[in-house]
Write a protein that binds this ligand. Structure first.
Ligand code: URA
Ligand code: SF4
Length: 207
């Protein structure tokens, strides 16, 4: 990580500043031309993250889809709208109450699963985002996020890990839930996602 930051020439600057928003802006700008993996060839733009850098809750999804690639923000397509609606139903606002990012910052062709070498290339960026934001709790949205953030090389199902608190690879408490894209195919998952998100906010708010 330190080496990566030195490579970017921004490590010292960011680690010293208390201004999370500014740190994230500088960091986002420094990776907007990233070509560390093959996904750079098909993307329109790097999708860095959105929301409130001072939020206690951070959501981490998988990778940008078509609309995210066009608009430059995570979770703004069909699945994203479902996630945004669930937040609203819980009285939460995606720009005010949460910071949202993905494991992979560039859209995989035809939204295929990210490959291990692409994840390996991209996760130092997520690691650094988490370091800057230092949320109180992380919600892994979908399998790939859960595998990485919970360090689950055994690749369990979401159904096996949801509903309880885990300690993430960052030492920060984390929960996992289904990807909203799965709920678009199987609407019964929507209630479970809502339950999981509710629990995450209750945890963050200390109740
Ligand atoms: N799915 C994700 O995992 N992330 C996005 O940003 C959009 C869809
Ligand atoms: Fe760089 Fe990540 Fe995009 Fe690959 S997916 S080019 S590592 S920003």
């Amino acid at each position: 990580m330190e080496e990566l930051l030195r490579g970017l020439g921004i490590g010292e600057l960011i680690l010293k500043t208390e201004d999370k928003k500014k740190a994230l802006d500088i960091f986002a700008d420094s990776i907007k031309d990233c070509k560390k993996c093959r996904l750079h060839t098909g993307r329109k733009q790097v999708v860095f993250g959105t929301g409130n850098p001072y939020a206690r809750v951070m959501f981490v999804g998988e990778a940008p889809g078509m609309e995210e690639d066009i608009k430059g923000y995570p979770f703004v397509g069909k699945a994203g709208r479902l996630l945004t609606d669930i937040l609203k139903e819980l009285g939460k606002d995606r720009e005010r109450d949460v910071y949202i990012a993905n494991v992979i910052k560039c859209r995989p062709p035809n939204n295929r699963d990210p490959m291990p070498d692409e994840i390996k290339a991209c996760v130092p960026y997520l690691d650094f985002q988490v370091k800057i934001i230092s949320p109180k709790v992380i919600l892994c949205v979908g399998r790939f996020s859960m595998y990485y953030i919970l360090n689950r090389f055994d690749q369990p199902k979401i159904s096996e890990v949801r509903g309880k608190m885990h300690i993430s690879r960052y030492g920060i408490p984390a929960f996992a839930t289904y990807h909203p894209a799965a709920a678009l195919r199987n609407p019964s998952l929507t209630d479970l996602i809502r339950e999981d998100i509710k629990r995450v906010f209750e945890f963050a708010e200390g109740s």
